[in-house]
Design a protein around this ligand. Sequence first.
Ligand code: ADP
Ligand code: MG
Length: 202
Amino acid sequence: MISANSISVARGAKPVIKDFSAEFKAGTITAIIGPNGCGKSTLLAAIAGDLPLTSGVISLKEKDLASYQFAELAKLRSVVLQQPIFNLAFTVQEVLAMARAAGSTLESESAAITKLGISELVDRKVTQLSGGERQRVAIALALAVDAPVLLLDEPLAAQDVESTNRIIELLTTEAKAGKTVILVAHLPAADLNWCDQIIQNF
Ligand code: ADP
Ligand code: MG
């Protein structure tokens, strides 16, 4: 589904990712792990097509990621940021409906609300949610779009045990349904046996 071929990525003048290659197959879950500042978010953003490469190529469905139009990309990959940014006081339900342009429907939004266990949050303003709640809304938004690629930056970092288990279960279900799931995790490799591939020391 996705392959990174000898990619390098810089943040400003600073090279962060150097000559990195990996394959991300459909139906699998990959975890990116490593110490703070090692470039996990940078790597995920590059795979999302949100950061330019200084060299190398990322292909998505055998086509150069850089050649996709934004609207096309929005239907192919959903991104959950480390700290989802919700600046305007819309309700959770209203925010979910904003993904319609990328392909969500009322049905897929309801299904995502159930999967994330956030039905009690739908009428709350997103600006008044806790970090973990915001992130569950952002994951629901990503699922509602039903894109074949799911990219999540530390989706488990602000979650309690129940939500962590729920998210692991739903990511596993999405992968079994054929999606390519890539997440940044702050867990030791020994706690990631539900993942198919672990990327570290890059
Ligand atoms: P991680 O997600 O592994 O904690 P990041 O990918 O966020 O790491 O950051 C990798 C490196 O790039 C760090 O040294 C960080 O300080 C730097 N960096 C991240 N974002 C920016 C930015 N927008 N501008 C400049 N440097 C950045
Ligand atoms: Mg990060």
